[in-house]
Design a binder for this molecule. Sequence first.
Ligand code: 5GP
Length: 192
Amino acid sequence: MATTMMEGIERVVISAEEIARRVRELGQAIAADYRGGAARDLRRRPLLVVGILKGAMPFMADLVRAMDFPLEYDFMAVSSYGNGTSPGEVRILKDLDCAIGGRDVLIVEDIVDTGHTLQHILAGLSARGPASLRVCTLLDKPHRREVEVPVDYVGFVLPENLFVVGYGLDYAEVYRNLPFVGVLKPERIREE
Ligand code: 5GP
């Protein structure tokens, strides 16, 4: 096992500085979009930001602090089992603490790949009758999409068919705490 995480990294794909800049932009864009609605109408509940655990945790923590208006947040945990070619099974491991009927809801994801995980989350949450349901993802792999899912805010589109780690994204549960998004050394993938 490596003693520093950097030893396992082949190259940085998105630096901590690039992430910080983009998260600020996203926060400002989202705030501008929602400010006109519930944020101004005191009779309505504030926007509910829903982070999808575990991957979205660092992104979500930075994003909500870049959104300068009152909001609430909650978390869901899902797990997908699949081999990459089949849709797999998506299970809810932790559901929301609060009801979302009639509320504006923004889902925050780490990455949208085939789209199956997000499709399942959207189907489950829209059945509960939110006033609106939007999606913000840090990373998008549109060329890998198997099902069409609406994504309203995207941090970065990954240019190639890369498997990335860091800033919430794991390999076998490790590397989530890297401050940047990078690619693992191939030998590291076989070793661990
Ligand atoms: P989906 O294929 O359902 O859109 O995405 C399922 C999950 O696959 C994501 O939430 C994420 O956990 C994982 N995933 C997809 N691409 C990557 C990647 O490049 N790196 C890592 N670490 N996980 C990924």
